[in-house]
Design a protein around this ligand. Structure first.
Ligand SMILES: C[C@@]1(CC(=O)O)C2=NC(=C\c3[nH]c(c(CCC(=O)O)c3CC(=O)O)Cc3[nH]c(c(CC(=O)O)c3CCC(=O)O)/C=C3\N/C(=C\2)[C@@H](CCC(=O)O)[C@]3(C)CC(=O)O)/[C@H]1CCC(=O)O
Ligand SMILES: NC(=O)c1ccc[n+]([C@@H]2O[C@H](COP(=O)([O-])OP(=O)(O)OC[C@H]3O[C@@H](n4cnc5c(N)ncnc54)[C@H](O)[C@@H]3O)[C@@H](O)[C@H]2O)c1
Length: 219
């Protein structure tokens, strides 16, 4: 499996099954996409999330292996999440999604996936920096623990990404040649002084970065 970051804004995700796992997936995808959850019963926390202004819509129904394709037709999702506790229904949702050429996430299997199926990784973000972890389906609990550890590791990386994004544009506009620019940016992201400066605020980080850049770029 190759990790990719997928833009789901303006797309719909259909979650079949509204238990604890369906809720976790719905909340995750609702950060970006419209989410429709179809289930005969819903987790309380999911009901609360859908009652507040959100992009989650709950539909109380009991699709079976025969009617799953109709739900896919009606909702027109980009991704189908099979999250019921009924293996046959999950398998039917997977088959119907693949038949329709859509992405599918089976939550009740870890290996032996069909082409087109996707795994949802554990993710942790700091601003625009986002780390995704998968164990290839072998140990979701390990993914979760690693995510918690990596969270403290990437603290401040969002501010560093914003700063170096700006510096890259400025150096480019100033006509600094690409190899010098690359060297300058590499030194900034490796500089302890810049990381420490950013902890105190953007302008402190910026000042430290300017010192590092002066060593490389003649401005
Ligand atoms: C990362 C995370 C993302 C998310 O779901 O949001 C995620 N599972 C999380 C937690 C978690 N899941 C499970 C436990 C209990 C402990 C354990 O069994 O390990 C815990 C831990 C907990 O709850 O504390 C049980 C479990 N999970 C799957 C099965 C089926 C099977 O293995 O056959 C079973 C057994 C069910 C049973 O026995 O009945 C399957 C999948 N779960 C995946 C993702 C995909 C593989 C990711 C990878 O490659 O590592 C995959 C393959 C499919 C998918 O769902 O995409 C999320 C952490 C979110 C966070 O960061 O907090
Ligand atoms: N991927 C993961 O991280 C993970 C973690 C734990 C469990 N699981 C797997 O995911 C499945 C769901 O776990 P859970 O804890 O959410 O279970 P759960 O029992 O809390 O929820 C299952 C939900 O599916 C609904 N449902 C049942 N039949 C349905 C149908 N025909 N159509 C639509 N909805 C239907 C139920 O009403 C319920 O809301 C489990 O069977 C397990 O294999 C996956």
């Amino acid at each position: 499996m190759i990790p990719l970051y997928h833009d789901l804004s303006d797309e719909t995700v259909l979650v079949v099954g509204g238990g604890a796992v369906g809720r976790r997936k719905a909340l995750n995808f609702a950060e970006e996409a419209r989410v429709v959850v179809v289930s005969p019963a819903f987790d309380d926390e999911l009901c609360e999330a859908a009652a507040a202004p959100s992009s989650i819509e709950l539909v109380r129904a009991l699709p079976d292996t025969e009617t799953i394709p109709e739900w896919i037709d009606r909702v027109s999702p980009a991704l189908v999440v099979a999250a019921t506790d009924d293996r046959a229904v999950n398998a039917a949702a997977e088959a119907a999604a693949l038949e329709a050429g859509l992405l599918v996430n089976r939550t009740d299997v870890s290996g032996g996936r069909d082409p087109g199926s996707v795994v949802v990784p554990a993710t942790v973000a700091d601003g625009p920096v986002r780390v995704a972890i998968s164990t290839g389906g072998r140990s979701p609990a390990l993914s979760k623990t690693l995510r918690e550890r990596i969270g403290s590791e990437i603290e401040g990386a969002g501010a560093m990404a914003e700063l170096t994004g700006t510096l890259r544009e400025e150096l480019s506009e100033a006509g600094v040649d690409p190899s010098t620019r690359r060297e300058a940016i590499r030194r900034v992201v490796r500089s302890e002084g810049v990381w420490k400066g950013l902890q105190k605020g953007r302008s402190k980080g910026r000042n430290e970065a300017n010192n590092v850049i002066e060593e490389v770029v003649d401005r």
